[in-house]
Design a protein around this ligand. Structure first.
Ligand code: AMP
Length: 192
């Protein structure tokens, strides 16, 4: 525990782990800037721009969009006044290269990351949750094949990010398989 609230945070967890839900709660309760790269990409795609069309192929296949595209996208969000009260990163960084770029960027703007919080949920439960979400939200990347690919990428590409960050940062792992309110409680305890 520390007496300083830690509000520059990165939330990790595979697709379906509930990190979006928790991030929205933190945004509302703490007034932090919620930076969700998946959401930003889906918005860009919906615009139908040239970039949006290129992104669609990655999103539909559950593949990661190139690091440079993502880093360029979040740069101004992290540097701007909206992040004065802190930020919660949701879905970024997903690769070690992104994590390195993030740490450099945050050093430049003097807003160091305070903590990384990881929501852990077993793969079989994630698959069940995502199948439910597919019926409710009609997302193009919630088909069984794409879900399997997204989970594989999380384990192969994103878990090494936690290893990397743990060299300089507190990384707290939380059991995300519990009811939403209990997970929220655990997240608040971790960051306050
Ligand atoms: P999400 O909503 O976070 O599950 O992200 C949906 C999709 O957006 C992912 O499957 C990727 O195709 C893409 N995406 C989101 N964030 C990133 C990121 N940080 N790096 C690369 N691709 C991303």
């Amino acid at each position: 525990m520390t007496d300083v609230a830690r509000h520059n945070l990165a939330l990790f967890g595979p697709a379906g782990s509930g990190k979006g839900t928790q991030a929205v709660y933190l945004e509302r309760e703490l007034g932090v800037e919620h930076i969700a790269t998946g959401e930003m990409l889906r918005q860009e795609r919906a615009l139908g721009s040239e970039l949006g069309q290129t992104l669609a192929a990655y999103l539909d296949a559950g593949k990661l969009v190139p690091d440079e595209v993502i880093v360029a996208m979040i740069r101004h969000r992290l540097a701007g006044p909206q992040a004065d009260a802190g930020f919660v990163l949701d879905g970024f960084p997903r690769t070690v290269a992104q994590a390195k770029a993030l740490m450099e960027l945050l050093a430049q703007v003097e807003r160091p990351l305070d903590i990384a919080v990881v929501l852990e949920v077993p793969d079989d439960q994630l698959v069940a949750r995502l199948a439910r979400r597919a019926r409710q939200e009609d997302r193009s990347d919630d088909t069984p094949e794409v879900i399997a690919e997204r989970l594989r990428i999380y384990h192969d590409e994103t878990e090494p990010v936690l290893e990397y960050l743990s060299q300089t940062l507190t990384v707290v792992r939380i059991d995300g398989a519990r009811p939403v309110e209990e997970v929220t409680e655990a997240v608040l305890q971790a960051i306050e």
